[in-house]
Ligand binder design. Structure first.
Ligand code: SAM
Length: 355
C-alpha cells in the first residue's frame, strides 16, 4: 500500500470506531458490495487477504446483518510498544470496559473466553490471560470461547500500536443459528451467501439447488431474496432430511425437496432461471472417479432444464475437471470465476450463463 494511502487509512481509523471483518479469502470484493448495500455509512479503510478494516459509528448490532462475512471484531488500538503494557492501569481499564460493553449486548452470558495471539504461551500473554480472566470472572479456554479476543500489532500503523480485537458475537457470524442439522462437507454459509451476490437474484426466479446436501445454498438464497419457485434436489435421503430440519429452523418457504440424480432430473425443459450447486469435491463427499462422469452430465442436464440466459453458479474443488468440461460444453458461457481459500483448500466459484 502506498505510504500516503496508509497514512490516510491510519488517520481514519484513529478518528472513528473501527472494526475488523474476517472473510473467506477471495470474497473481499463481494463483502464490500454487501457492506455498501446494507451499511452505506461504513467506510472501508483497508483490505487485505481475508480481512477488511472499516470505520463505522452506528450501532454495532447493524453489522451483524452481513451474511457474507466470517466474523466481525471491534478493534481497539493501544499506543504501546509491547503487549505487556496492556496490563497498565489506564489501558487495561479501557480494555475491560470495552469488553464488558460488547458482551452486555449479547442475549446470553459468556461461559468462557479465548485469546488468539501469536505467542499466546509466552509468560506475558499468560499474564494477560490471567488478568482478563480475573477482571471478567470468566474462565479462559485454550481452544475456543464464547468471548473471543485477538491481540496483534496493528498492521496499518508505522508507530508501535498493539491492537485488541473483540469478537462482536458469541459465535462466528458464519455459524448460522438455522444450522440444526450438520453434514460432513456442508458449505460454509458465508460462501453460500456470497454466491447470491454473483448473479442478480430476482423475486421471479425459478430457483433450483442441485446436490443441495443440508440446504445451505437454498436457505441462503431465500434469506437473500425469495423466489417464485425454490426447490432442492439431492440423491441422498439423509442429506434431504438434514436440509428439511435446517429449512424449518430458518423459516424460509420452499416448494419441495426431491430425491433425484442430478444427471437425470425430474423436470421438463426450461423449468428454471437460476441453478446453484456445491458439487462433490471428491474429498469429503464423492470421489474423483465418479466426478469424471458426474460433472459433464450435470452441465448437460442443467442446460436441459434451464431457459436461455439462465445462470448456473457452481462451487467446486475439481478445477481441472471443470475446465475440461467447460472447454467442450456448448451450453455454458463463463461469466466469472473466483478462487477462494476454505481453510487450506482452494475451490473456485464459477458463474455460468446458459446460451
Ligand atoms: C458437497 S455436498 C453438498 C453440501 C451442501 N452444499 C451443504 O451445505 O450441505 C454434495 C452433495 O451432492 C450430493 N450428490 C452426489 N452425487 C449426486 C448426484 N448424482 N445427484 C444429486 N446429488 C448428488 C451428495 O449427496 C451431497 O449431498
Amino acid at each position: 500500500m502506498p505510504k500516503h494511502k496508509k497514512q490516510r487509512a491510519k488517520q481514519a481509523v484513529l478518528r472513528r470506531q473501527s472494526y475488523v471483518i474476517e472473510v473467506v479469502e477471495g470474497l473481499e470484493d463481494i463483502v464490500q458490495k454487501e457492506l455498501g448495500e446494507k451499511i452505506p455509512s461504513a467506510k472501508v479503510v483497508f483490505v487485505s487477504s481475508g480481512e477488511l478494516t472499516i470505520t463505522y459509528d452506528g450501532p454495532p448490532q447493524e453489522l451483524e446483518l452481513l451474511r457474507t462475512v466470517l466474523s466481525i471484531y471491534e478493534a481497539l488500538d493501544f499506543p504501546v510498544p509491547r503487549p505487556k503494557a496492556l496490563l497498565g492501569h489506564e489501558h487495561f481499564t479501557r480494555l475491560i470496559d470495552a469488553i464488558r460493553r460488547s458482551i452486555s449486548r449479547w442475549r446470553m452470558r459468556p461461559q468462557n473466553w479465548h485469546l488468539a495471539a501469536a505467542g499466546s504461551q509466552t509468560s506475558v500473554m499468560q499474564r494477560v490471560i490471567e488478568a482478563v480472566s480475573e477482571a471478567l470472572q470468566l474462565p479462559h479456554d485454550d481452544n475456543e470461547g464464547d468471548l473471543m479476543l485477538r491481540v496483534r500489532p496493528n498492521k496499518l500503523s508505522d508507530q508501535p500500536i498493539w491492537q485488541v480485537l473483540i469478537r462482536l458475537t458469541p459465535r462466528p457470524l458464519a455459524t448460522r443459528p438455522w444450522r440444526v442439522a450438520n453434514m460432513p462437507g456442508a458449505l460454509n454459509a458465508s460462501v453460500a451467501a456470497a454466491m447470491q451476490y454473483l448473479v442478480k437474484a430476482r423475486a421471479d426466479d425459478r430457483f433450483l439447488n442441485i446436490a443441495c446436501g443440508s440446504g445451505t445454498i437454498l436457505i441462503e438464497r431465500l434469506l437473500t431474496q425469495p423466489a417464485e419457485v425454490a426447490l432442492g434436489v439431492d440423491i441422498d435421503r439423509d442429506a434431504l432430511d438434514s436440509a428439511l430440519s435446517n429449512i424449518v429452523e430458518a423459516g424460509v418457504h420452499i416448494d419441495g425437496l426431491i430425491q433425484a440424480d442430478a444427471c437425470d432430473l425430474p423436470f421438463p425443459g426450461a423449468s428454471f432461471t437460476s441453478v446453484m450447486a456445491d458439487l462433490p469435491f471428491g474429498q469429503l463427499v464423492g470421489n474423483h472417479k465418479d466426478n469424471l462422469a458426474l460433472y459433464p452430465a450435470v452441465l448437460d442436464e442443467v442446460a436441459r432444464i434451464t431457459e436461455s440466459g439462465a445462470n448456473f453458479v457452481i462451487v467446486t474443488h475439481e478445477v481441472k475437471l471443470m475446465e475440461q468440461c467447460l472447454a467442450t460444453n456448448q451450453w455454458w458461457r463463463r461469466k466469472q470465476e473466483i478462487k477462494i481459500n476454505l481453510t487450506g483448500i482452494h475451490p473456485r466459484i464459477y458463474v455460468l450463463q446458459r446460451a
